[in-house]
Design a binder for this molecule. Structure first.
Ligand code: ATP
Length: 370
């Protein structure tokens, strides 16, 4: 790696109270594409915006790039307010889903383009381009046209072109969506390694939950223009703040429960006709007799002959590393994933089954919340 690339200064990005309104169709209300979004991206972090189509992720990214202007609120990089700066004054690199390479230019010229615009001297330019091409394992391909490269190679060129100018921030707009599943995983890991090695502060947009989990320091879950939750992949998966986040991050069981008693550390619950003690979440105010919803990830149930929950297998699907079960339990169907399948013979439809559940596998939400 060149000396130049090792000296990338990591930058901090802040969105504060960002609103973006677009005019609606004639006769309709305006659309709040982004609504009161506040978010800090710390130096060197990769933060992912994750959410369903239309939730406002791309608009948020485009406001940081300078392609859209917020209706209100401010965006800063290292404390400098950039809300109204044009895109070319922001020092931001971008990687698109479509690669957006110049088709008539070689790989080398594509990567050198941003440096030639900045009028970097020829010798320094060559050194920087060569070092980035080598970092991305593209040295053998520098004289080729993009049309002679695979999708994965084209995306590496796009990334090389974005990092060679040593931007303060890298933006990724669904960069892996055009690749097949296997290559997508490989490129995802490559991209994360390079981002970490260079320490470039990054904002990444995807609607793929596992991609977000695999590459992010922090994940931001959005819905209808608003942030639902910000946290590490583990926090968001294990401690979702509402049902939308729980569902978006994977499969979840939602069970109604009634609080029997509570003290400063524990909550005693009645759930599916059984007693369960769960640790108290200081964020959730509950009293005896309150109704709550329990969120339980399918793999946190334990198939256990001593388990307190007794049910009947409705469906069993053997999938190699794990078995998926649907189990009738207390008038409901619960979804169970068993990774411990070698300890017991797989159960069949109609078999009786006992399940155990540890109290700390349960996240409580106020009853009936969305
Ligand atoms: P996708 O994953 O489909 O790209 P997204 O989460 O990136 O979705 P945005 O593209 O940011 O969502 O769009 C958010 C909302 O703003 C949507 O309702 C969209 O229709 C609307 N919107 C986006 N751009 C415009 C525009 N230029 N004019 C009017 N409405 C827009």
């Amino acid at each position: 790696m060149s000396i130049a690339l090792q000296t990338v200064q990591s930058s901090k990005v802040s969105f504060s109270g960002i609103v973006k309104q677009f005019p609606g169709q004639p006769g309709e209300e305006p659309v709040y594409a982004v609504n009161r979004v506040s978010l800090d991206i710390e130096p060197g972090e990769l933060v992912t915006l994750l959410g369903p189509s239309g939730c406002g992720k791309t608009t948020t990214l485009r406001m940081l790039a300078g392609f859209e202007t917020p209706t209100s609120g401010a965006i800063s990089i290292n404390g400098q307010n950039i809300t109204h700066l044009p895109p070319n004054k922001r020092d931001v690199g971008m990687v698109f889903q479509s690669y957006a390479l110049f088709p008539h230019m070689t790989v080398y010229d594509n990567v050198a383009y941003g440096l030639s615009i900045k009028q970097i001297p020829k010798a320094e330019m060559k050194q920087r381009v060569d070092s980035v091409l080598s970092l991305m394992h593209l040295d053998q391909m520098k004289d080729r046209l993009p049309s002679l490269l695979s999708g994965g190679q084209q995306q590496r060129v796009a990334l090389a072109r974005a990092v060679v100018t040593e931007p303060k921030v890298l933006l990724f707009d669904e960069p892996l969506s055009n690749l097949d599943a296997k290559l997508r995983e490989y490129m995802r890991d490559e991209l994360r390694k390079i981002q970490q090695r260079l320490g470039i502060t990054s904002l990444y947009v995807t609607h793929d939950q596992s991609e977000a989990m695999a590459i992010s320091d922090k994940v931001v879950i959005m819905n209808k223009g608003e942030i639902q939750q910000i946290g590490s992949p583990r926090d968001i998966y294990m401690k979702p703040v509402n049902k939308f986040v729980a569902n978006f991050m994977g499969k979840a069981n939602f069970l109604e429960a009634v609080v029997e008693q509570t003290d400063s550390r524990m909550i005693g619950l009645q759930v599916l006709g059984q007693r369960l003690t769960v640790p108290k979440d200081p964020q959730l105010e509950v009293n005896a007799h309150d109704r709550v919803d329990c969120v339980i990830r399918p793999e946190l149930w334990k198939i256990d002959p001593q388990g307190i929950f007794e049910g009947t297998v409705e469906r069993a699907i053997y999938l190699g590393p794990y078995v998926e079960y649907e189990i009738a339990l207390g008038g409901q169907t619960v979804f169970v994933i068993d990774y411990d399948r070698h300890r017991y013979d797989p159960k069949k439809e109609g078999d009786a089954i006992r399940l155990g559940l540890s109290g700390d596998s349960v996240t409580l939400l106020p009853a009936g919340s969305a």
